[in-house]
Design a protein around this ligand. Structure first.
Ligand code: NDP
Ligand code: MG
Length: 390
């Protein structure tokens, strides 16, 4: 039997983290958990340590002393764990811009990286890309649409890897479920509560991305993510609503062929693809029967009801400091909405305010990207505080 691949899982206590752990359970003959990180979730960390017996752990939001001693884990700083020599593969399932430093550390160490996190690419994509192209690291996009694009492009002779343009690709279509408020009319959207926004119709996900799906900011982030990852311009990417979440991405090639990636809506499928890359692991789950599935329908999104999408596209046209600011402003606004301090409609208002008031700047390294993100967050929080008397 060949040796099992060693996996480091960052953000193990989250929704994507749980899907990765499920795959490690199902494919324990192929993979073993070498190390993992949580931010503050001691309970999950204790359960993971007891079940998978990993050697290393990183805790970013608490101290080592908050953990039961009997677990016999070796604690490491997050970026050290991301770059650890013994790991064959580093899966990054941390939410938000906190994933950026460990991502850069893993790239610096030449790792095979499975990246679910999108905020790091939206906030620093070209900087990440430069570092990746200079290193021996491999990056595998696990966000389902981007993994779908990757699978469609990989079969094409013109595909030269991420952060480069594939000349034979003419257009990419990203699908969106439309979220829980797809057919909500006019003012109704202003009064929705966090609990309603968290009820996603087809995917089960963490809180922040669920709210992002409800505003369509998630699809906006994904347009930017796809643009940076695949060297596409904003005009070459379209978003379509596909309520069933069975088709994840469509790639149009220069000869008029359109390839689609389809599967059930489960993060385990793209994550398993990345874990086993360049092979495919057998899984008991079936795809879907194209006759029984019923019609696969697509329509354009309602940009008036969901302004976050157009805001993201406009930020993408304006370059990296604008996409970074989009992410920072959205992050601050979603946090305020989740605390029930501001209404749902305040999220695009805050993003619009920040994009309008933050002058463009050249972001040439990770530190300047983090500063820009921080400034956008601060400006959004200040705007919301004034506007809603928080
Ligand atoms: P969750 O909120 O469920 O999990 C987030 C994880 O990150 C947790 O392990 C959390 O630890 C950790 N974390 C939070 N804050 C920090 C921090 N400051 N420093 C280090 N670690 C931190 O998120 P999801 O799993 O839903 O999403 C993770 C990423 O994957 C996001 O970027 C999301 O956009 C992307 N993604 C998610 C999909 C999904 O289906 N959920 C699909 C496609 C992409 P703790 O629990 O201890 O707080
Ligand atoms: Mg996605």
């Amino acid at each position: 039997m060949s040796a099992r691949r060693t996996v480091v899982l960052l953000g193990a206590s989250g929704s994507v983290g749980s899907s990765v752990l499920n795959l490690l359970r199902k494919q324990s003959d192929k993979f073993c958990l070498l190390g993992f990180s949580v931010h503050r979730n001691v309970e999950m960390a204790t359960a993971i340590a007891a079940e998978f017996r990993p050697t290393y752990c990183a805790v970013s939001g608490l101290g080592e002393s908050d953990f039961p001693r009997h677990l016999s884990l070796k604690f490491l700083p997050l970026c050290e764990l991301a770059a650890i020599a013994e790991a064959d593969c580093v899966a990054i399932a941390i939410g938000g811009i906190a994933a950026l430093d460990p991502l850069m550390a893993a790239i610096g160490a030449g790792k095979c990286i499975i990246l679910a996190n999108k905020e790091s690419i939206v906030s620093a994509g070209p900087i990440v890309g430069d570092a990746l192209l200079k290193s021996k690291a491999t990056l595998l996009p696990a966000d389902s649409e981007h993994c779908g694009i990757f699978q469609c492009m990989r079969g094409d002779g013109g595909f030269r890897g991420l952060f480069r343009r594939t000349e034979t690709v003419r257009h990419v279509w990203l699908t969106a479920s439309g979220g829980p408020f797809f057919d909500a009319e006019g003012d109704r959207l202003n009064d929705v509560k966090p609990a309603e926004a968290l009820r996603h119709p087809t995917w089960s996900m963490g809180a922040k991305i669920s709210v992002d799906s409800a505003t369509l900011a998630n699809k906006g982030l994904e347009v930017i993510e796809a643009g940076f990852l695949y060297g596409l311009s904003p005009e070459e990417i379209s978003v379509v609503i596909h309520r069933r979440s069975l088709v994840h991405a469509l790639v149009e090639f220069c000869d008029g062929s359109l390839l689609a990636q389809m599967s059930q809506a489960s993060m385990e499928i793209p994550l398993s693809y990345c874990l086993s890359y360049p092979d495919r692991a057998a899984a008991p789950e079936k795809a879907f029967n194209p006759v029984d599935s019923g019609p696969l329908e697509f329509q354009y999104p309602n940009r008036k009801s969901f302004p976050c999408l157009a805001l993201a596209e406009s930020a993408f046209r304006n370059g990296l400091s604008a996409t970074c600011a989009f992410d920072g402003a959205n992050c601050a606004a979603v946090e305020a909405f989740m605390r029930e301090e501001v209404p749902f409609g305040a999220i695009p208002m805050a993003i619009g305010h920040v994009l309008h008031n933050l002058p463009p700047q050249r972001l040439s390294d990770i530190e300047s990207a983090k500063e820009c993100h921080c400034e956008a967050k601060r400006k959004a929080a200040e705007f919301l505080g004034r506007r809603f008397s928080i």
